[in-house]
Every structure is written in C-alpha cells, then in structure tokens.
Design a binder for this molecule. Sequence first.
Ligand code: FES
Length: 97
Amino acid sequence: MPLLARTRGRSRALGTRGTLMALCHAAGLPVASACSGRGACGRCLVTVLAGGDGLSRPGSRERRVLARLGAEEDQRLACQCRLEDPAGTVEITTGYW
Ligand code: FES
C-alpha cells in the first residue's frame, strides 16, 4: 500500500518510492519548504496519522531539526523520511492541506 495523504478529510494514495516530500510533489500536493529539501528549515513538517513504523528512522539531521522545532512524536520532516515497508500503510497530513 502506498503512502496516503489526508487532505480535507479524504485519503489520497500517493506513490511508494522516494521521500515523503517527493511523493507528495509527484502527486501535485504542495509541501512547505525554505531549504529545498535539505533538512534544515523544518517547514516540511508533517503529522503521521497512521503507520509511522513503516517510515525510515530519523537521522541525526532530522532529529536535530525536530528537537529545535519542539515537534511531537508523530511529526516528521517530509524531506528526510521515506517509506521503508512498501507493503505497509502510512498516512500523513499537514495543517494546510
Ligand atoms: S524542506 Fe526544509 S527541512 Fe524539509
């Protein structure tokens, strides 16, 4: 099952390969960014609604930015994480979709 994006109360299927940001962009969904996906700005923060175990673990860069932002445990940087288990289902959303 691919990545799902919850937009306006509906789930929308995205792809399975690449960063969450790349998958969103490929589907025409905007993801905020001020660093072109280099893991510096934190603007691409998304909330994981389900299936977070199917995502790659946060690397040191992502952990630093999440800590700086005071992010919740269910929040990740879309430019830094990927689907690890293409058979799983991960659902994400943002405050602006
Ligand atoms: S786009 Fe800047 S941290 Fe992800």
